[in-house]
Design a protein around this ligand. Structure first.
Ligand code: XUL
Ligand code: CO
Length: 443
């Protein structure tokens, strides 16, 4: 078979900080033990099929720029899909990472009917299964694209037309089957068009009820086929809709509680979606961990000057480190991982630019992980937090938390003892310096 990435040796290896100009990992060393586990097993890196192989480099102002021969419309769609699949598995093997993720339409061409789409996908899923067995690559998550086709312009599960809802059900059932067949660790639902453009034509409560019904059906179907992976919702505040219902982790959490779906879904947190919702990435991660819904991460970042989803490769340890710290502190991923839902810039047209993007991002995550390990081992951050909340462990604090005192009793006591609480420092600057010292010193 002819190789697509023919300038790249296989696989990209760890060469350390003194690596020369070639493609090599400077920090990511899969076998290095971090906090008692192999780095590869902690980071669980995945490559996305859609931006890396299905997207031709187009944007809303211009056509595709990339050298991706299988996007040529003159090719037979199934031949093109096989060629794309070969290139995808070649790339992931040469990058030396374990996982990938895909939407139905990334892997197989949509047919004229649902039946034809299913036949196409089944054939390519079988072929993917063979390639996975040959290479040891695993499926981090599968998902259905319920946002590109014009039928979904007004949403999928939240569409005013139940026929669209049923069409979405067919796609999701099929992709749940495919994910199950391929031994996927998770199944993702990103509600790209589950939202509204204007409230003038929208019944929000009706649409929320529809979405909850859809998700309940997904849970029921998952159980009926014995799929044991995790169901993940991917929050995003807007784009393409003006408002997306899965706005952020707290909104998703409230929705799950309201509709009796708690425990059935976790979240797939994307760095760029977190920042678009007005939060930091670490805020979203910490919220999800605290509330038992942390599942997986899409590691792609935004651009601070742009107000949309630029899907860039992570390249700032500073931006990743606090989130990675919280993930490591909570014991790490279970079924989740770091998926590169990343896009090259449109001008990055050399074939090996895809390697440069991923390698830099993976090294960034690896370094954030080493910093997090150091911070946890030093214990300064946790020590400061323990000290700050120390008074809740006994005496008045413990009595309050245990529910042993009323507002009136507390008030009487505060008056009788003439309480004069003494403010203490939050030590923010000192703690910021602790983080930077770890970033600067870790090897
Ligand atoms: C869109 C996005 C999607 C989901 C999968 O912003 O992140 O690629 O990750 O549908
Ligand atoms: Co994503």
């Amino acid at each position: 078979m002819t190789e697509f990435f023919d300038t790249v040796p296989t696989p990209v290896a760890f060469a350390g900080q003194l690596a020369g100009d070639g493609l090599a990992y400077r920090v990511y060393n899969p076998d290095r033990v971090v906090a008692g586990k192999r780095m590869e097993d902690l980071l669980r890196i995945g490559v996305c099929y859609w931006h890396s192989f299905a997207w031709p480099g187009s944007d809303i102002f211009g056509a595709g720029t990339f050298d991706r021969p299988w996007t040529n419309p003159a090719m037979d769609p199934m031949d093109a899909a096989r060629m794309k699949q070969d290139a995808a598995f070649e790339f992931i093997s040469k990058l030396g990472v374990k996982f990938f993720s895909f939407h139905d339409v990334d892997m197989a061409p949509e047919g004229a009917t649902l039946h034809e789409s299913k036949t196409n996908l089944d054939a390519l899923v079988d072929r993917a299964g063979e390639k996975m067995a040959e290479t040891g690559i695993e499926l981090l998550w599968g998902t259905a694209n319920l946002f590109s086709h014009p039928r979904y312009a007004a949403g999928a599960a939240t569409n005013p037309d139940p026929e669209v809802f049923a069409h979405a059900a067919a796609q999701v059932r099929h992709m749940l089957d495919a994910t199950h067949t391929l031994g996927g660790s998770n199944y993702v639902l990103w509600g790209g068009r589950e939202g509204y453009e204007t409230l003038l034509n929208t019944r929000m409560k009706h649409e929320a009820d529809q979405l909850a019904r859809f998700l309940s059906m997904v849970v029921e179907y998952k159980q009926s086929i014995g799929f044991t992976g995790t169901l993940l919702l991917e929050p995003k505040p807007q784009e393409p809709t003006k408002h997306q219902y899965d706005y952020d982790c707290a909104t998703v959490h409230g929705f799950l509680d309201r509709y009796d779906l708690a425990g059935e879904f976790k979240v797939n947190i994307e760095v760029n979606h977190a920042t678009l919702s007005g939060h930091s990435f670490e805020h979203e991660v910490a919220y999800a961990i605290d509330n038992g819904i942390f599942g997986s991460v899409d590691a792609n970042r935004g651009d601070p000057q742009n107000g949309w989803d630029t899907d860039q490769f992570p390249n700032s340890v500073d931006e990743m480190v606090l989130a990675v710290y919280e993930i490591l502190r909570s014991g790490g991923f279970t079924t989740g991982g770091f998926l590169f839902d990343t896009k090259l810039r449109r001008q990055s047209i050399r074939r090996d630019d895809l390697f440069h993007g991923h390698i830099g991002g993976i090294d960034t995550l690896a370094r954030a992980l080493l910093v997090a390990e150091k911070l946890l081992a030093e214990g300064t951050i946790e020590g400061a937090r323990d000290e700050r909340y120390g008074k809740w462990a006994s005496g008045r604090g413990a009595e309050i938390l245990a529910g042993n005192t009323t507002l009136a009793e507390l008030a009487n006591d505060a008056v009788a003892t003439d309480l004069q609480p003494t403010p203490v420092s939050g030590r923010q600057e000192e703690l910021e310096n602790v983080i930077n010292t770890a970033i600067w010193s870790v090897e």
